[in-house]
Design a protein around this ligand. Sequence first.
Ligand code: WQD
Length: 326
Amino acid sequence: MTWLITGGAGYIGAHVVRAMTEAGEKAVVYDDLSTGIAERVPDGVPLVVGSVLDGERVARALADHSVTGVVHLAAKKQVGESVDLPLHYYRENVEGLRVLLEAVTAAGVPSFVFSSSAAVYGMPDVDLVTEETPCLPMSPYGETKLAGEWLVRATGRASGLSTASLRYFNVAGAASPELADTGVYNLVPMVFEKLTEGAAPRVFGDDYATPDGTCVRDYIHVVDLAEAHVAAARALQASPGSALTLNIGRGEGVSVREMIDRINSLTGHDHPPTVTPRRPGDPARVVASADRAAVELDWKAKYDVEDMITSAWAGWVRLHPGAARD
Ligand code: WQD
C-alpha cells in the first residue's frame, strides 16, 4: 500500500509517517508547510507541497504516486484561534476535507483515515467517554472535527470508501527530539516554557469538581497515537466497507497539578505552580474509554506520562539549550 499522509510534515503527521514506514508501508507526504516543517519528512519519503483545498494538485499526487490509502491530518488545530476565525477553520478543516474526499473518491482510493479529536465531545458529563457519549463541541475547532466525521462517514456510505475517524485525546511526547512539537499551545510545552523562563507554571483554575480541583485529561504518547494509525490503516485494508469511529486515549485521568508536579521532578526543576482563573471553555474531566479501539484495532497504548514528559523535554532542550538542568 502507498499512503498519502496529509499534514505529514506536522508534529503528529511526522510520527504517523515514521510509524507507517517502519511498519513496511510506503508513505507520501502532502503538506502546505504552513505549520509543517519539511525537515521532518524522512529521506526516501516524497514530499508534495500543496494545500488540500487544491483538488487538482491532490488528484495529481494520488495518480503520480499510485496512492491506495489516505491518512488526513492536515488541518488547523488551535481551539482559541478557531473562536476568532471560524470561517478560516471551516474552510481549512471542512472545505479542505470535502475537496480532498472528492479527489479520493474520483481516484477510487479505497481507504481513508481521518484525524478527529476529543474536542467533538465538548464538556462530557461522564467518567469515561465512550464513542456513544453525545457530541456537543464547544468551539468552532471541535465543530469542524465533528462535521468532518459526518462528511467522512457519509462519503463512505455513498461511495464504498472504508473510513476510520480517530478521536485523539491529549497528545504529548516525541519519538525523537527532532520530531518534537514546536508549538507552545498545550499544557506540557506551556509548563516547559514557564520553567525555562524561571517563572511559575500556571494552573488554570483549581476549583473544579475533581479530586485536586484541577482539570483531568487523558494524555497519550504521540508514538502510541501513530501506531493507532497504522492499526487503523491495516483494519481498513482487511475489512473493506468499514466505518470506524474510535477514541484514541489511555483511559487514565491525570490532573493538571499532577502533570506539573511530574514535569518539575522529571526535568530537575522545583517551581510550584500559581493558580490563575479558569480558562473559559475548559471541561473538568475528559478521559477516554479506550475499549473500542482495543477491540477493533487490537491496539493499546504502551507509554506512560513519564515517557511523554521526558521525550517532550528532550525535544524542548534541543530547541532551548539553556533550559537543561544538570
Ligand atoms: C490541558 C489542561 C488547561 C496550560 C486541547 C483541545 C483538544 C486537543 C488538545 C487538538 C486544561 C490546563 C494548560 C497551562 C493549565 N487539540 N492548562 N496551564 O484544552 O485539554 O485540549 O488540546 O487538536 O481538542 O481542546 O489541552 O493542553 O490546552 O490543556 O492549567 O499553562 O491543562 O486548562 O485543563 P485541552 P491543553
